[in-house]
Design a protein around this ligand. Structure first.
Ligand SMILES: Cc1cc2nc3c(=O)[nH]c(=O)nc-3n(C[C@H](O)[C@H](O)[C@H](O)COP(=O)(O)OP(=O)(O)OC[C@H]3O[C@@H](n4cnc5c(N)ncnc54)[C@H](O)[C@@H]3O)c2cc1C
Length: 410
């Protein structure tokens, strides 16, 4: 048994193995055979449905759906750790693809917690039946998103997207950008201001918006430098009429969305660890094949030392990811702080690892055909996802010194 297998149950090891087999047997061969596709293909043609179908067969597309609707149950007290195992493996295959699945999980968790039963009975069977059905979580708009993460709870920081009640409907107007799955989702959770006289924490509501609703449209794909299979997108709501029962959370939607924040950070950090592992594995293979100075690169001391540094850094990220996941599963009092810290450390450390991977590939590291530049691009994305690292730094210090830390805005 390797150290990384320690502490996991037989069921977790089984899930882990099936994810590993899926990544090694399906995702990595696809990525290798289609090196230029994620960069050059238009968003409609980017991700083949067969990948979503394959993930669906393993239950990975529908994580977060309650068991009664066919979702995958987790053993008591292991959810965050199992999600981390899954995210690490899928991230090792492709980070953008992992993001697609993470968004489905996030929205499923919010729906399960807050949507009325009759809507769950409509939405989840539809979602379960169609592997092309994706979900998206639409908070960010052109006016800075960091105010939401802090939060900066004053009226001046309110969202520009507004929702006004009109009889049995809500009328939504606004624009959301940078939304993962935003280009091709079927269902969106959209956040909108419902009370301009109070701050964002008390006057923001969330709504279930289906792509076929009148007044909803996708303006464009936001073409990202990495994680491109997630098809990030910008959406527009123009007098979009949403039935009364599609109001998910009234006024306190940002506070209540916090149920996904901590496990969400574990998922993202674990996914990023997977990106780092992909960088390491590709580099390990390269330095054993590529000859320089009359011998394989690995036999040059400096290369071996760099490879060792990459390994050490990823072990440190792994230790931190699973410690934070265990803290969350076991209800540790500082679990939230652990999750904030792992987001910062994982994103910055994996970025360093990916940079070294580029360096050890020489000029080949910059070529689309080698794939290492894609890993570098993918690694760069996590710095800004789910809130910037600097905002996380503020939150770490606020968690440690709630009485004396600053508000950091206003
Ligand atoms: C690939 C990708 C996927 C994403 N997916 C989604 C998604 O699915 N759904 C969604 O809603 N959003 C999504 N986002 C948006 C993401 O959450 C935001 O980009 C992020 O929170 C930062 O917000 P912003 O871009 O508005 O930057 P800003 O908030 O404008 O920040 C700009 C800079 O100012 C700094 N800053 C901000 N406020 C302060 C302050 N008070 N003090 C000091 N410094 C400050 C920030 O740290 C940052 O360096 C995604 C973003 C990316 C890149």
């Amino acid at each position: 048994m390797e150290a990384r297998e320690m502490g996991f149950s037989d069921e977790q090891k089984m899930i882990w193995k099936s994810c590993r087999d899926f990544v090694d047997g399906v995702i990595i061969p696809f990525i290798r055979e289609n090196r230029e596709r994620e960069w050059l293909a238009p968003p409609d043609e980017r991700l083949p449905l067969k990948l979503l179908e394959a993930a669906d067969e393993l239950g990975l597309r529908t994580l977060g759906v309650p068991e009664r609707f066919g979702g995958m149950p987790f053993e008591e007290g292991t959810q965050a750790q199992t999600l981390a195992l899954i995210a690490e493996e899928i991230g090792r295959g492709d980070s953008g693809f992992a993001d697609k699945l993470v968004q489905n999980w996030k929205v499923s968790v919010l729906l399960s917690a807050y949507a009325p039963e009759h809507l769950l009975e409509e939405i989840f069977p539809r979602f379960m039946a169609d592997p092309a059905f994706l979900m998206a979580h639409a908070l960010t708009e052109p006016k800075g998103a960091s105010d939401r993460w802090l939060p900066y709870n004053v009226p001046e920081a309110n969202m520009d997207t507004r929702a006004v009640q009109d009889g049995n409907e809500w009328v939504l107007n606004g624009r959301k950008h940078f939304i993962s799955n935003g280009y091709d989702a079927s269902l969106y959770i959209v956040y909108a201001n419902t009370n301009p006289s109070v701050g964002i924490s008390d006057g923001t509501s969330s709504f279930i918006v289906l792509k076929e609703m009148k007044g909803f449209s996708v303006a464009r794909a936001n073409e990202t430098i990495g994680c491109r299979y997630m098809n990030n997108g910008e959406i527009v709501l123009e007098d979009c009429r949403v039935p009364q029962d599609h109001l998910l959370v009234k006024d306190e939607a940002l506070k209540k969305a916090a149920i996904y924040f901590n496990p969400g950070k574990i998922l993202q950090a674990a996914k990023n660890l997977g990106v780092g592992m992909a960088a390491l594995e590709d580099t390990e293979a390269y330095v054993q094949q590529h000859i320089q100075g009359g011998k394989p690169l690995i036999q040059h001391q400096i290369i071996a030392a760099h490879l060792a540094d990459m390994t050490v850094k990823l072990e440190a990220v792994r230790a931190m990811v699973y410690r934070a996941a265990r803290a969350l599963d076991q209800g540790a009092s500082d679990a939230g702080q652990q999750c904030l810290m792992v987001k910062v450390f994982a994103s910055e450390t994996v970025m360093e690892v990916a940079q070294m991977a580029m360096e050890l590939h020489g000029g080949m590291g910059a070529m689309l055909e080698a794939g290492i530049e894609k890993i570098f691009r993918d690694a760069s994305i996590f710095l800004h996802m789910d809130g910037t690292n600097d905002i996380h730094r503020f939150k770490i210090i606020r968690a440690r010194f709630p009485e004396t830390a600053g508000a950091y805005a206003g």
